[in-house]
Design a protein around this ligand. Sequence first.
Ligand SMILES: C[S@@+](CC[C@H](N)C(=O)[O-])C[C@H]1O[C@@H](n2cnc3c(N)ncnc32)[C@H](O)[C@@H]1O
Length: 280
Amino acid sequence: MLSYRHAFHAGNFADVLKHLVLLHIIDYLKKKDKPLCYIDTHAGPGKYQLTSEFALKNREFDNGINLLWLRDDLPECVAKYVTLIKCFNTSGALTHYPGSPLIAKYLLRDQDRLFLYELHTTEIKSLIDRFKGEKSVKVFHADGLKNSLGLLPPSQHRGLVMIDPSYEIKNDYRQVVEALVAMHKRFAGGTYALWYPVIERHRQQQLEKAIIATGIKNISLFELGIHADSSGHGMTASGMIVINPPWTLAAQMEQALPYLAKALGNNGMGFYRIKTLTEE
Ligand SMILES: C[S@@+](CC[C@H](N)C(=O)[O-])C[C@H]1O[C@@H](n2cnc3c(N)ncnc32)[C@H](O)[C@@H]1O
């Protein structure tokens, strides 16, 4: 039984990094006219109301999007991300935050296709409602890690698989690596974006080692921390591991991450890492 609800965390510093990377990858893939396939293995409900009791419980967006909302000195790629989030807040006030499937739908074109997986019985209802009548979107109440394999290789031959587990089950760390290996075997040319949290650094280090040990080529890591590593502080950092990243992504992150580490870091403790895990 899954209990995780992303509404408690929507718009936090981890979402900022995750959705900044998502935006850049989709923008890059769209440079070609050819259709794309977007697979979201852990889609969530689609959209979050920041005035809901869930979001207001810990006000995590105050550590993320809210710190960027009114800044006028944003690096270009961060400004683009904040402008994107503003499209979902037309009154000007920050009241809503889009999840990965909604961001992808907003950015993708008529010829592109979206496949969204969600297991939680409440979240799936919101997700189905949100995309009702959208011909380019298929929503599945199913395990995204296992079932998305059947979509690969996609008929479009181009695409992004977004993997954003909550890691509430410790097995997730192992399962994401197994899933990536299986997916990559079927669709080696695809781009894969895996999100991870840093709660206990040793788990992240094991994940990083396991990803390198897969032997998959061309993997980069982008991490943003708001507090030095320490157990007992909850999530202090999070990152994105990207297989076959756009060649432009590292330069964009070089621009964004030092700024975000400063803007979002707690008492000057923000930090970032950009690392090539495996070469092309
Ligand atoms: C971190 S949230 C996703 C947030 C979303 N990607 C976004 O950007 O708004 C993780 C979601 O995955 C769902 N989930 C957990 N395990 C899953 C699985 N094996 N397959 C599909 N969904 C799963 C959870 O119910 C939760 O809604």
